[in-house]
Design a protein around this ligand. Sequence first.
Ligand code: HEC
Length: 158
Amino acid sequence: MVDTHHSYRARMVRSVAPSAPDEALTACSIEESTLARGPMTNGHRRQRRVGYTSSRLRNPANVGPPWVQEWLTEHQDAPAESLKQASFVADTPGGKVARAVVPMVMEASCIRCHGDRRDMPPELARTLQERYPADAGFGYQLGELRGVMWSEVPVAER
Ligand code: HEC
């Protein structure tokens, strides 16, 4: 199972120091590496794939698999309160996989980095533009779907 939205937020808010744009910028990538460690099963790491992604990416490396992009396209304009964590099993050529998405909705704490560029502290806006020249992860409003955390784990065949 992927982390809950709540623990995601708690960790991120903790790691975001308002006056330290550099430290702050690593907030989201730290979270991803935490997720990527994944669970151990009988001493073996299952082939678990995880990530976070969006239909408007800040970092192009965060692009998700096609099934996640499809979920995003379907839900991009849905009202926030209708967005629920979802998990399901899919048949793939490689076998059955358990898939999950956790919607990440824009909250007040996200606005500083994903809101209107003109409202960003100039130093933050500059740093973002330098690090993410193709940044499309801004201009979001409160309550909008910013993206999802997703995971995919092979289902052990009995
Ligand atoms: C301090 C700045 C900052 C804050 C606050 C912040 N983010 Fe981010 N966010 C970033 C950066 C920087 C990246 C790109 C990280 C990377 O390179 O993977 C990012 C990436 C993402 C992504 C991955 C998709 C992409 O565009 O690359 C999602 C989804 C996301 N943030 C959601 C949120 C949500 C939801 C919140 C509020 C709960 C939030 N962020 C708060 C800076 C921030």
